[in-house]
Design a protein around this ligand. Structure first.
Ligand code: AMP
Length: 285
């Protein structure tokens, strides 16, 4: 059933979404922005890029239960659908797909997409099963929305890498367009989870960006040994009372550890600030 909400068309069922996409596919290019809602400028930058490059933009809002671990924040994940819809209508999105969990994962559900290797390192090591949940839901959404282009943030660098591999391996005719990380004025990478940062945690959360800036400065000064870069970054995190999950310097495609930093090396890190786990990354150059 298609529900008209001002200028936005809200679609709830996979079948209806699929029928619309099948029609559009005959002559229009479809851009897709999958999200978990609680939208911010980072999400909206993806929408803008999709509007620029495609005839039709579909945004999905779905807090995907299968990518949350048992002790993670599925039940408390921030939600504000009314505000999200207002923002999307301001940004000229025509179609918002908001499926119900039981339509994505009916009781008989049994198929999971497992991208080996690159899903098991970094965030995959700390959050076992996370990328299986992500790859599965994104493949399902892509099969429903049928986009030529899918817009995703480099904020979730490993996610983009895993999903690119999945689409390639499974011959899915959708191309990911990675978009730059949007940051607050002080450098904090925008994230729906930033709403958890209360009191001094908001200031402490800057340690990820400060650690990145420090490593980049040392790189500019000629330091290439990633152990040294890592040590300097760790120092900043600890001074700001962050709890390091990982700080890594990796090959941009394989996500394999590199000992010697080069211009295309990615610095990637996950840090717990109070109760909130934050991620960030950057080219080292
Ligand atoms: P989420 O709602 O957190 O699942 O994110 C939906 C999409 O928005 C993903 O492709 C994210 O990488 C992207 N995204 C989240 N935060 C940012 C940001 N700060 N800058 C750019 N893209 C972002």
């Amino acid at each position: 059933m298609k529900i008209e909400n001002g200028e936005l068309s809200i679609i709830h069922t996979p079948l209806e979404m699929q029928a619309l996409s099948q029609n559009w596919q005959k002559g229009l290019s479809i851009g897709f922005v999958p999200t978990m809602g609680f939208l911010h400028e980072g999400h909206l930058s993806l929408v803008q890029e999709s509007n620029r490059m495609c005839d039709v933009t579909v945004v999905s809002i779905f807090v995907n239960p299968s990518q949350f671990g048992a002790n993670e924040d599925l039940s408390s994940y921030p939600r504000n659908l009314e505000r999200d819809l207002q923002l999307l209508s301001k940004h000229k999105v025509d179609y918002v797909f908001i499926p119900k969990a039981e339509d994505i994962y009916p009781p008989t559900y049994r198929t999971w997409v497992n991208v080996t290797g690159i899903s098991e390192v970094l965030c995959g090591a700390s959050r076992p099963g996370h990328f299986t949940g992500v790859a599965t839901v994104v493949l399902k959404l892509v099969n429903i929305v049928k986009p030529g282009l899918m817009f995703m943030g480099e904020k979730d660098y490993q996610q983009v890498t895993v999903l690119k591999a999945m689409l390639k391996d499974l011959n899915v005719p959708t191309t990911i367009i990675p978009c730059p990380i949007m940051r607050e004025a002080d450098g904090l990478a925008m994230s729906s989870r930033n709403t958890y940062l209360k009191g001094e945690a908001r200031q402490q959360a800057l340690c990820l960006y400060k650690a990145i800036l420090m490593a980049k400065q040392l790189y500019r000064e000629g330091i290439r040994d990633t152990n040294m870069l890592c040590e300097a970054a760790s120092e900043i995190i600890k001074t700001n009372k962050g709890e390091i999950d990982y700080i890594e310097f990796v090959d941009p495609e394989t996500l394999a550890h590199v000992g010697y930093a080069e211009a295309d090396t990615r610095m990637i890190l996950a840090v717990k600030v109070g109760v909130t786990r934050l991620i960030d990354n950057s080219l080292i150059q």
